[in-house]
Design a protein around this ligand. Structure first.
Ligand SMILES: O=c1ccn([C@@H]2O[C@H](COP(=O)(O)OP(=O)(O)O[C@H]3O[C@H](CS(=O)(=O)O)[C@@H](O)[C@H](O)[C@H]3O)[C@@H](O)[C@H]2O)c(=O)[nH]1
Length: 475
């Protein structure tokens, strides 16, 4: 088997001499190559191969899930077969935890991923707090521990032929789409990252919609949106839609969108494309407008160190609460941006996996575009800082906070009240942020604190200073 990464085609990795090779890279890949990568940035990262550039559909295993038959499968032909779920972005923070959870729950799972999240780390000089195994070792370990197979398709969904081959080969009943560039700061580094983010996210999702139309009309799309699509309006935030009476007439309309980064805007564009295709083609879709996720452990990732999830603490990919716990562990003051009144919806990663499972188990109807607000509690940045300070002192950590000039353009004191009842109505049992969870997250951060590169903690990406000039990685 030839492991390779073509230096000029970084997001397409050929992992086998599979017959399923498909065409040269798409526009997104070309852009990505030209703008973001140099050959030297890949040195030592992956092996190269002399074969022509192409993406391949790679099945990590051809063994069907038979060693541990799901309860719903039996020799009786009338019994339902396990549902097939394609997890796009299944090597990332939320995607990996979700893929394992669904596999454990006896869904037949495949992961589609171009592994670019790992490449971002190499480009920016970042590293997860936790050491993480390769996707191949992760999947092998899962198989060894549970007998369950997860198929792997490595390639870029912006390359439609790759996606089409994966679709035809796996025949999913549901697609869970995590496969987007998900960092707001990354999208605000420079023009090239802004363009990459919107191209990658919008075209990737558009391709998924076309693949469903063409190869799996009944397939349910579960798409990860963001609470950031709504911004921070001075009225209550509804779940996707708002009923408005205007000049005596009433209609239920998409809730107004006021995203505040090129990343968040990419999700707004996705939502519009999905809504349109539900109407036009009868696609069934659920947009999960997720809040900020925290935590690292799920039942499945806890089973072995090779199943461990990543935990980002840097200023580009790290998110508020996770960052604060790591900062507390290494004695860095908590980085409160601006006044710290920024309020968002938050959820435990154990609830992310639960919410996705609930959405899959209760699919949208044909032509329906459902929107669920996926978070369990609201906190301001100052409230998070206080909670971490208190939890830290119990562990003997002297936690301080600092005010950092806000690198973003966002309201720092505002009204925020977002509905989030639909997932609860379908059975979500939340894990609320508790002292014990904070203790365990802090202890986890302390366990790995020697791996922290404190230079990555302070923000260096400015919403106002973004320009067309490609930003140096060492600036
Ligand atoms: O050290 C920090 C980091 C963040 N913040 C503030 O905390 C808030 C949340 O920022 P974040 O970095 O935790 O999250 P964000 O950039 O909004 O993005 C994350 O959370 C989004 C959900 S939401 O925030 O839009 O609801 C997801 O869509 C994204 O994929 C995920 O990266 C912002 O007001 C930010 O200014 C600080 O004060 N200090």
């Amino acid at each position: 088997m030839a492991h390779l990464l073509s230096a000029s085609c970084p997001s397409v990795i050929s992992l086998s001499s599979s017959k399923n090779s498909v065409k040269p890279f798409g526009l997104g890949q070309i852009f990505f190559n030209a703008q973001l990568l140099s050959r030297s940035s890949l040195k030592g990262l992956l092996f190269q191969d002399k074969k022509p550039r192409r993406s391949c559909v790679f099945r990590a295993t051809a063994v069907p899930i038979t060693q541990q038959a799901p309860p719903e499968t039996s020799t009786d032909n009338s019994s339902p077969k396990p549902k097939r779920v394609m997890v796009i972005g299944g090597d990332g923070y939320c995607g990996w935890a979700t893929a394992l959870h669904l596999s454990k729950k006896n869904y037949q799972v495949c992961i589609v991923d171009n592994l670019v999240r790992r490449l971002f780390d190499h480009q920016l000089g970042l590293e997860s707090l936790t050491p993480i195994a390769s996707i191949h070792d992760r999947i092998s370990r899962w198989k060894a521990l549970t007998g369950k197979s997860i198929e792997l398709y490595v390639g870029d969904i912006c390359d439609f032929e790759f996606l089409a081959e994966s679709f035809k080969s796996f025949e999913p009943d549901s697609v869970v789409h995590f496969g987007e560039q998900r960092s707001a700061p990354y999208s605000m580094i420079d023009r090239s990252r802004a363009v990459f983010t919107q191209h990658n996210n919008v075209i990737g999702t558009l391709n998924v919609l076309f693949a469903i139309k063409e190869f799996g009309e009944e397939c349910h799309l579960v798409k990860l949106g963001t609470m950031g699509e709504y911004g921070t309006p001075n009225i209550d935030i509804e779940e996707g839609y708002i009923t408005i009476t205007h000049n005596g007439r009433t209609d239920t309309l998409p809730y107004p969108k006021q995203a505040s980064s090129f990343y968040h805007l990419s999700k707004v564009h996705d939502s519009h494309n999905i809504a349109f295709t539900c109407k036009a083609w009868g696609i069934r879709a659920t947009d999960l407008n997720q809040g900020v996720v925290y935590g690292v452990k799920t039942d499945e990732t806890e089973m072995h160190e090779e199943l461990r999830n990543r935990l980002d603490y840097d200023a580009v990919f790290g998110t508020a609460l996770n960052r604060f716990c790591v900062q507390a562990a290494v004695g860095h003051p908590l980085t409160v941006y601006g006044k710290g009144g920024q309020t968002r919806g938050y959820l435990d990663i154990r609830d992310t996996v639960q919410c996705v499972e609930i959405a899959i188990a209760n699919p949208a109807k044909a032509g329906e575009f459902r929107v669920f607000n996926q978070f369990t509690e609201q906190f301001s940045v100052n409230e998070l800082a206080s909670l971490v300070t208190k939890a830290g002192s119990k562990l003997g950590l002297d936690v301080k906070k600092m005010t950092v000039p806000n690198p973003r353009v966002e309201a720092e004191e505002h009204y925020y009240n977002a509905k989030h009842t639909k997932l609860m109505e379908l059975g979500l049992e939340p894990h609320y942020l508790s002292e014990s969870l904070l203790d365990s997250l802090l202890n986890f951060a302390v366990q790995f604190k020697d791996r922290v590169d404190t230079k990555q903690i302070m923000p260096s990406v400015s919403w106002k200073k973004i320009g067309v000039k490609t930003k140096s990685m060492t600036a």
